[in-house]
Design a protein around this ligand. Sequence first.
Ligand SMILES: Cc1ncc(COP(=O)(O)O)c(C=O)c1O
Length: 423
Amino acid sequence: METQRQLDIDFVRSQFPGLDHGWVFFDNAGGSQILTRTVDRITTFLYDKNVQIGGSYDVSQQAAKALMDSRIAATHLVNAARPEEIIFGSSTTVLLQNLARAMRSQLSAGDEIIVTISDHESNIGPWDGLRDMGIVIKFWPLDTTTYELDIAELKPLLTEKTKLVCVTHVSNILGAINPIAEIAAVAHAHGARICVDAVAYAPHRAVDVQAMDVDYYVFSFYKTYGPHYAMMYGKYDHLLELDPLYHFFYGRDKVPGKLEPGNPNYELAYSVTGIVDYLCELGTRSGGSGSPRELILAAFEAITIQENALTERLLSYLRSRNDCRIIGETANRNGRRIPTISFVFEGQNSEDICKAMDAYKIAIRFGDFHARRLGDHVGLPQYNGAVRVSMVHYNTIEEVDRLTAALDQILGSNGALQNRGAA
Ligand SMILES: Cc1ncc(COP(=O)(O)O)c(C=O)c1O
């Protein structure tokens, strides 16, 4: 029988110096705390290798190697087939805008792109912007009772003109994992490609771009224990087809450089080696062994166990209140939920709740989190947005209890029902 992984929470918390300041950080979907070793890699690059790559001299060669090591680390992180499939950029928003720009010459008027109403605007706006060249944008709707994207509703939207399906791996409000491999298979069967926003997923579960068979896959490191930086995976052959975004003398075959205009930020790219290093050590401490990829998988198994416990603790409290509406699935069925949990309280302004929480040194956030279309669709404006509690593996059950005790004080516990724990 396979033994369950254990998360070494003391080790985990010791790796994030920001956790030492007395705050409970429950705004991780906004931005996570950063790893010491990630910061160390940035300073190592800046102090020891801070020159332009491409020179013949030793330090320049070391800088080039550091950049390649960064791509290799990211390759392990997402299980890409080769390091050239990794494109670095300043943010997910910019990478998706760049992708839309680089696809222009392969699109023509009348072509169709499908987006979802549950996405962050980063994976809608750049595609919507292609309407100016006659691209037809179709919205895959969301069922507001189940909060699910139903594949049966995607299928009739697909035609022979569909070029791309753009979908989030997890909504940064709803918190449920979308079946990306299944969606990719449906898109591919219709001759379309798939572009996935994984910002709200990558901090929580192991990514395997090859197993999902995705075409483009984008996320940000500042929510994945690193600095303000981001990456896009693209299948190598697709990247070759994209239009160069750099100088005219960078041709189509200059992958990934043609898609990193002005070069990547070397020191921030190098920080990714620190994220992967941490995950490998965590994997070893969780009982894993073998290659970096195997250790990453072991780390995320342990992370998942911790996150499922946090998710259940908070959901069971929220379900027990008769004044709370959870915006998303109310239970973590089949481990489908990550611990990003949004909710509203009847008759309450979400901003007031978050501000009251500040006094408890518990960092949470309210709003629509730039998923404006989704927020409007599920009726958030009347509450001034949702309250969002977004946890990661370094959070603890004690912190969840601190939050729920504070909620009881702020709102009164009279909203609490007797059947606490019932789904
Ligand atoms: C789901 C999701 N997608 C995209 C983004 C945008 O990422 P970035 O800030 O790197 O542009 C965010 C940021 O909050 C997000 O939560």
